[in-house]
Structure formats: structure tokens, C-alpha cells
Design a protein around this ligand. Sequence first.
Ligand code: GRF
Length: 204
Amino acid sequence: MNQHRLRIGVLASGRGSNLQAIIEASVQGRINAGVVVVISDVADAYALERAKKYGIPGFHITPKDFRNKKEYEQAIVNKLREYDVRLVALAGYMRLVTDVLITAFDGNIMNIHPALLPSFKGLHAQQQALEYGVRYSGCTVHFVTIDVDGGPVILQAVVPVYDNDTEETLSARILEKEHIIYPEAIQLFSEGRLKRAGKRVLIT
Ligand code: GRF
């Protein structure tokens, strides 16, 4: 791999379709970045299968093997360091991160959320949007801070919400956009074009 490429470590708990989108963008040369390690807290996460398919090292690290959450997260940090990761991308990672990860990779952790933040934080964001009755929803790539789903917004994409939508149909519409804006945000980061100005992220 080209040494100048941004080295990404992905944390995922499940399906891993965002991981796949990032890997494809990388393989196709659309981003100057590569996924160098995938870590999952779930042993049979499909994300680990996807990593394997591309020859990317994948690890299952479970909190059960550690005395507490901080030790668990320190093990993740150690693994990310081992692979010289410069950007941590959370992609369907279903745990709240602690200051152990945030301090270790300060300003270099991204997440994707399936709603237009700050609306509909937390779980089942698409269902929350449906129940609220909004006409538009979407997704948000943001920097991760200790404030859950509250870090500085990098990119957002909007989709319409239709009267006959279900959680599944809306989620699918949003997911298509997720797969576009996550690689885009990573590319901007790799080019050093994301400048933090307080709560705002300016694209230079
Ligand atoms: C996505 O909807 C993402 O926004 C949310 O979790 C889901 C992960 O999907 N954080 P996948 O594992 O990337 O397919």
C-alpha cells in the first residue's frame, strides 16, 4: 500500500456495509486512504468477513476478556497503534466510546449516524424520524467527542421521507447516502481540508 495513504482503522459491530463502501472507495482509488485494520466487539460480525475477503487484518476484541471498559478500550487503542492507524472510523460500532479512545486519537475519530444530527440521536434514528413525522431525514458524518452523537458535523446528506415509508425503506434510502458521504468525508480528512472552528468544521 502506498505509504502516503491515510491509514484507517475501522470499528464495527455488525453488517459492515459502510466498511465495505470505504474499502471499495479505497480499492478504486477514489480516496487516498486504506483500511489497515478492522476491529469488532462481535465475534461473528459480517464486517470481519468483509475484511477477510480483502485480506485486511480483522480482530475480535470483547469486553468480556477485560476487567472493565477502559481496559477493553485500551486494548483497542493498542491494536490501532500496532497498525499505525491515523484515522479511526466508527462504522456501526454499537458501543459508547470512552475517553480512553478519544484521548488517544483526539480529533481523529469519525462516526456516521443515520439522521440529520442533532435530530434523532441514539438508537433507531430512522424509526425516530418516522415517528416524529419529519419530511426529510438523512445521515451525518461527524467527529467523535465524549458527547454522544454530538461531535462537530463534517458532512450531511438529505433524503425525503414518504408517507408509506417503513423503518426498512427509509433506512435503505439513507444507507445509500451513507455509502457516499463517509468516503467523501474521509477523503477531505486525508487531504487535510477539515478545519475545526469551535463547533463548526470548515472545508478549506
Ligand atoms: C448505519 O446505519 C450507520 O449509520 C449506523 O449503523 C449502521 C451501520 O451499518 N451507525 P453497517 O454496519 O455499516 O452496514
